[in-house]
Structures are given as C-alpha cells and as structure tokens.
Design a protein around this ligand. Structure first.
Ligand SMILES: [Zn+2]
Length: 280
C-alpha cells in the first residue's frame, strides 16, 4: 500500500494538498515573505523551491521562477473551462498550485503559483545578513549579485520611519529610508570584510546625501550592521579608506532596522533591462 503522506495534515492543508483546493489570495503565510531558506512540501518534506527563486508577482500567492531539480511533476488541468498546468510534489503527488509561462515577469519567464499551505519554510542557518546603502540600489545590487558566496540579494529600503514605503514615497526624500541592498551570504565563502571592501570600492563615501547625479537622503552612504561583530568590522574598515579621499568620509554605521523589499520591477533591475549601469 502506498504511504499515506496526508493523514497528519490539518483539514485546511488536506483541502489543498489532497483535494487540490486553493487558498484565498493574499492570505497565505508566505505570500509576502523573503527570508533565505528552502521551501519543502508540507505533506512529505520533499525540498521543492530555494527561496532565491521567489519573487513578488502581485498575484497574492507565493511565486517562484524555478524549481529544485526533479521536485515537481506537471499535469494538464482542464478544470474551470481553462487549460492550465497543475504542479504537484514529485514525491507524494500533493497539489501545490499551477505553473504559468510567458508572462515575462522574471528572466526565467516562469511563475510557479503555489499555495502557502502546501509548503513549509526551513531557514538556511549557515547564512548571515548584510545591508549596504551606496546610492542607487540598482547599481549596488548588480555589484554584489555576482559576488561568490551571496545566496540571496534584494533591493529595498531601510533606516526610515514609515512602514511599507513605496519607491515614490522614498524618492520624495522625506521618509529618511535609504535605498539599500540586503544580502544573505555564506561566511565560509565570503567574509564580511570582503563585502565591506566591495561597498567601499563601488561608491563615493565622501558626498553627503548624494551619489553621482542622485541627490537626497535615500542615496546616503550607510552600513546597517546586524551584529556587534559587523559593527566593529564596519567601523574599522573606514580607517584605511580615508587616505584614498580628499574629503572626509560621511558614511553612517547604524544598527539594522526592518528591511522593506522594494517593488518587484526594481529587483535585479540592470540585468533584467540589459543595462550596464544607471549612470554612475
Ligand atoms: Zn510531497
């Protein structure tokens, strides 16, 4: 007899995974959730999606643009008078959601639309976070994205007072949020000292609230530290930099506050749009 993967599930979970139900959009635990880890099948614990494939499609359900190798099976679904592709866990056949192609939201042009109740998040405990503000976040993300040891990079806002700021609000300049890149990195592969060096090498830390042509507090030079160790490394890293500049370094070193992920079209912006830089 086949193993029963579903008997331990709650009735809500069974409704989705076993009976192919759909949770109400914008209600799931993982819809607006961007921490670093892996999403496993809630029924059988089979690893399905790495969190660095997760993006915000705006549809109200967790969206991923790639699956882990061999994790998913696809079926033609003709229910509801539409032709769709259902996706299920390759191990237990539990229903996850549907997959769509050709919407051109991310470079992989694929959206796995998954119920939060079908999956469970397991954090990558070997990773640390780092957050840097060095002017326009498109450019800063591009620099860090290609660095060995970076598992996940996102652009967004930190350091201001308002909650859930939009790009438009931040650009007005009165939220005091800085444009930042927020990283999850593997300290066995890249050190915080190395990341700090990349930060210094890729902007001018002597121009107050200004980076190139961009002006405003959102473009300020700032290191948001996530531990006392990071604070100490960041503060020490300023000293050798000063000799490279005529004017004093104005970079702030501040404790990390809540990171607000920016709108999806800002993520990986320069690569998505085939741009070399944003004018810096
Ligand atoms: Zn499963």
């Amino acid at each position: 007899m086949a193993k029963d993967y579903f008997s331990h599930l709650s009735s809500e979970e069974k409704h989705i995974l076993k009976d192919k139900g759909t949770e109400v959009s914008f209600t799931g635990k993982y819809n607006d959730f961007y921490e670093a880890g892996v999403f496993v099948c809630r029924a059988c614990k089979n690893p399905l999606y790495e969190s660095n494939t997760k993006f915000n499609s705006g549809c109200g359900w967790p969206s991923f643009d790639d699956e882990m190798a061999g994790a998913i099976v696809r079926y033609e679904d003709l229910s509801g008078g539409r032709i769709r592709t259902e996706i299920c866990c390759a191990n237990c056949d539990g229903h996850l959601g549907h997959v769509f192609e050709g919407e051109q939201i991310t470079g992989k042009d694929t959206r796995h639309c998954v119920n939060s109740l079908s999956i469970k998040f397991i954090p990558h405990t070997n990773l640390e976070q780092a957050t840097f503000g060095a002017g326009c976040f498109w450019h800063v993300e591009k620099v860090f994205k290609t660095t060995e040891g970076i598992y996940l990079s996102s652009v967004g806002y930190m350091g201001g007072d308002s909650e859930n700021p939009t790009y438009k609000e931040v650009c007005k300049g009165n939220t005091y949020h800085a444009e930042v890149v927020h990283l999850y990195f593997n300290p066995d592969k890249v050190s915080y000292e190395d990341l700090s060096q990349i930060f210094w090498d890729n902007h001018n830390p002597t121009t107050l609230n200004k980076q190139g042509v961009d002006e405003g507090t959102q473009y300020r030079s700032v290191i948001f530290y996530h531990s006392d160790k990071q604070k100490s490394i960041a503060e020490k890293s300023i000293i050798p930099q000063q000799s490279k500049w005529k004017n004093p370094i104005v970079t702030q070193v501040l404790p990390a506050k809540k990171f607000y992920r920016a709108e999806e079209y800002h993520q990986n912006y320069l690569n998505k749009n085939n741009l070399g830089s944003c004018g810096l």
